[in-house]
Design a protein around this ligand. Structure first.
Ligand code: 5AD
Ligand code: SF4
Length: 467
C-alpha cells in the first residue's frame, strides 16, 4: 500500500505555526505551563511524546498538575468504555479551573474523539473545551493551537482519513535511556470487538531507512532500550522489500549495548521466522506478547482473529523450544458476545496449558461501530464478572510460580532507577522484560549489570549484582 506521507511543505508550515505560537505566549507575564496526559497504549503514549515535543518547541514548560497549567491536553483512548469514562470525568473536573482562569486552553485529542458521536458529546457537554482534534491531524497541533490563541473560538478538527505518516516531528521523551519508535500506524485486521481500525485508519509502515536511522541516532545518543511500536508489528512492510523479521535483522546488526523490544504481535502473522530472528539475535528482547483473546476456536472465529488454538499453541511451543528463557504474556477478553461457559472453560484450559508469565485480562466492552456491537450478548454482566474473577484467580496461581524458572540464572539488567516499593533497592529490566530489583549504587543508573537471581515474586525478580 502506498504510504501517505505528510509533505515537507506541510511540515514546514507547522514549524511556522510553532514560531507563531511562541510569539503569542512570549508576551505572557510568566513562562506558560502545559499539563498533558496520554491514556491507553504505548502507541498513544508515543503520540503524546510528539505532542509534548511540539509544545516544548512552542515555548511551553511542563507541570504535573492541571491546577497551575495554562494549557491542558488530554490524549485519549477508545479501546474500552471505562477509559472513555475516565476522560469524561477528568475533563468535567476542569470546569472550576477554567472558571478561575478563563485564559486556560483545554484540548482533547486522540482515539476517543476520533469517533464522531464522542466528539459531539464532548463538544456539547463541555463548552469550556477549546480544541478537539482527531488522530489524523496530530502533526497539525501547532496550527490548531495558534487558531485558538488568535481567534479565541472553539475548534473541532476530526477529518476522516485512511491515515498519514508524519516524519521528523519533535519528540520530548519521558526517559533518557528508553525510547519508543513507532514503525507502523493503523490496523487492517478488523477484529470484531475492536475500535482501533476505525479510529486509527489503515495500516501504513514507515520506510525502513527512516526507522533504522532513527534507531541508530537514539543508540548514538545513549538510549539503551528501543521499543518498536505498531498495532500489529507483524504486518510491517507488507508489499515492500523489508518485512518485520528483516527489519529486526537490520536493527540487530547495529553495534552497541542495547535491547530492542516490540509490541504488539498478532498470532495470525507471527511466524517461526520471527521467532528464529529473536532466538539468533544479539539485542532483541526475549519477551513475546502474543494476545490470544480467547481459548475457544468458536469465539476466535466470531472475533475474526484468523487463527485457532492449535496454531497458537504451536507458536508458543516453538518459541519456548527456540528461546528457553522467553517471557510469554497475553491479552484475554472475557464475555465476548455469545461466549458460553464452555467457551470460557476452554480459555481457562489454554491458560493452564500455556502458563503465561502474566496476562492482561479485560471484560468485553461494547464499542459502537464494530461488528461485535451488533451481536447478541445474552450473558448478564454479573456472570461475566464471575468468570473474570475466576480467570484472575487461575492466572494469579500460575503467576505466583511463573518467574521461579529464572532463579539461579544470571540476567543482564538495564538499571532504570530506585525501586518503587523499596527505595533502598535499584530496579531495572532484564532482556526478558522482567523487573529485577537488586542492591547497588546510583552510578549504575542507565547502564547494564549482570544480576544473579536469588528470589522470584509474582511481578518481579530479586537478585545480586555479579562482580
Ligand atoms: N473490550 C475489551 N477489551 C478489548 N480490547 C480491545 N478491544 C476491546 C473491547 N472492545 C483488549 C484486547 C487487546 C487489548 C489492547 O485490549 O485484549 O489486545
Ligand atoms: Fe487506545 Fe487503541 Fe487508541 Fe491505543 S490505539 S489509544 S489502545 S484505542
Amino acid at each position: 500500500m502506498p504510504i501517505t506521507k505528510v509533505s515537507e511543505e506541510e511540515l514546514k508550515d507547522q514549524r511556522l505555526f510553532i514560531r507563531r505560537v511562541c510569539a503569542v505566549i512570549h508576551v505572557f507575564d510568566h513562562k506558560p505551563l502545559a499539563y498533558t496526559h496520554s491514556y491507553g497504549c504505548q502507541q498513544n503514549v508515543s503520540d503524546g511524546e510528539k505532542l509534548d515535543g511540539m509544545l516544548a518547541d512552542m515555548g511551553f514548560g511542563f507541570t504535573d498538575t492541571p491546577d497551575n497549567a495554562d494549557l491542558v491536553l488530554y490524549n485519549t483512548c477508545a479501546v474500552r468504555e471505562n477509559a472513555e469514562n475516565r476522560v469524561f470525568g477528568n475533563v468535567g473536573a476542569l470546569k472550576h479551573l477554567k472558571e478561575k482562569n478563563p485564559d486556560m486552553v483545554i484540548a482533547v485529542c486522540g482515539c476517543m474523539v476520533q469517533q464522531e458521536h464522542i466528539a459531539e458529546r464532548m463538544h456539547k457537554r463541555f463548552p469550556y473545551v477549546d480544541l478537539i482534534f482527531g488522530t489524523h491531524v496530530l502533526h497539525k497541533f501547532p496550527e490548531l493551537l495558534y487558531s485558538i490563541y488568535e481567534k479565541r473560538k472553539r475548534v473541532v478538527c476530526i477529518p476522516e482519513s485512511d491515515g498519514v505518516v508524519a516524519e521528523g516531528l519533535p519528540v520530548r521523551r519521558e526517559s533518557s535511556f528508553r525510547a519508543s519508535v513507532p514503525i507502523m500506524y493503523g490496523c487492517n485486521n478488523f477484529c470484531t470487538y475492536c475500535v482501533v481500525p476505525k479510529v486509527r485508519g489503515r495500516e501504513r509502515s514507515r520506510e525502513p531507512e527512516s526507522v533504522i536511522s532513527e534507531v541508530r541516532g537514539l543508540i548514538e545518543k545513549g538510549y539503551k532500550e528501543i521499543l518498536l511500536l505498531g498495532q500489529n508489528v507483524n504486518s510491517y512492510g507488507k508489499g515492500g522489500d523489508v518485512d518485520f523479521p528483516e527489519l529486526l535483522r537490520k536493527l540487530d546488526a547495529i553495534d552497541g549495548e542495547f535491547v530492542i523490544s516490540f509490541m504488539t504481535s498478532h498470532p495470525r502473522d507471527c511466524s517461526h521466522e520471527l521467532i528464529d530472528v529473536i532466538a539468533d539475535s544479539r539485542h532483541i528482547s526475549h519477551h513475546l506478547h502474543l494476545p490470544v483473546q480467547s481459548g475457544s476456536d468458536r469465539i476466535l472465529k466470531l472475533m475474526n482473529r484468523h487463527y485457532d488454538t492449535k496454531r497458537y499453541l504451536d507458536l508458543v511451543q516453538y518459541a519456548r523450544s527456540r528461546i528457553a528463557d522467553i517471557q510469554l504474556t497475553t491479552d484475554i477478553i472475557v464475555g465476548f458476545p455469545g461466549e458460553q461457559r464452555d467457551d470460557f472453560d476452554k480459555t481457562l484450559e489454554l491458560m493452564k496449558a500455556v502458563k503465561y508469565d502474566s496476562a492482561f485480562t479485560f471484560i468485553y466492552s461494547r464499542r459502537e461501530g464494530t461488528k461485535a456491537a451488533e451481536m447478541d450478548d445474552p450473558v448478564p454482566d454479573e456472570e461475566k464478572g464471575k468468570w473474570f474473577r475466576e480467570l484472575l484467580d487461575v492466572q494469579g496461581a500460575i503467576g505466583e510460580k511463573a518467574y521461579e524458572k529464572y532463579v539461579g540464572m544470571t540476567l543482564r539488567v538495564l538499571c532504570e532507577g530506585r525501586g518503587r516499593t523499596d527505595g533502598k533497592l535499584l530496579t531495572g529490566k532484564s532482556r526478558q522484560n522482567i523487573i529485577v530489583d537488586f542492591v547497588g549504587d546510583d552510578g549504575l543508573l542507565g547502564s547494564f549489570v549482570d544480576v544473579k537471581i536469588t528470589k522470584s515474586l509474582p511481578w518481579a525478580l530479586v537478585g545480586e549484582v555479579v562482580k
